[in-house]
Design a protein around this ligand. Sequence first.
Ligand code: NI
Length: 176
Amino acid sequence: MPRMTIRPILLHPDPRLKKAAAPVGEITDEIRVLAADMLQTMYDAPGIGLAAPQVGAMVRVLVMDCVKEEGTDPRPMALVDPEITWASEETAIYEEGCLSIPEHYADVERPSEVEVRWTTLEGGTATERFGGLWATCVQHEIDHLDGKLFIDYLKPLRRQMITRKMVKLKREQARA
Ligand code: NI
């Protein structure tokens, strides 16, 4: 196991969070290190999902672990080049947040179940059907790979208000 590094998380607004990330294709050591670092960064935050563009890596990699039950083993997952192959007609509304938009939360409606196919860190292909919080999380993270944020689902006024507050926060952080 490589030594893991916590990487800084980019905050909205940042042009890298609005850009589509490039497919990975072949798994390299660099990708394995990136995924390990991303998991470490996500657990440290703490969060339940993180996409590579959020740490400035413009490749299609996401990590997540939505296990919340006390006494249940964690389930760290790393998905490379994930694709939604099926989505339910039924939708669900979750209050979403994002490590790149801290302290802002909003209800977002998405398909309640999705089937996702991805490349594993071992270079194989995996498929799984996700429901509940996992479904919301994987869709939120795949959106990141397409340069889309959860606030893009909100009404423009609400989105602009959040963005203004984030600009202010970043300005304060830069001064500190
Ligand atoms: Ni996010």
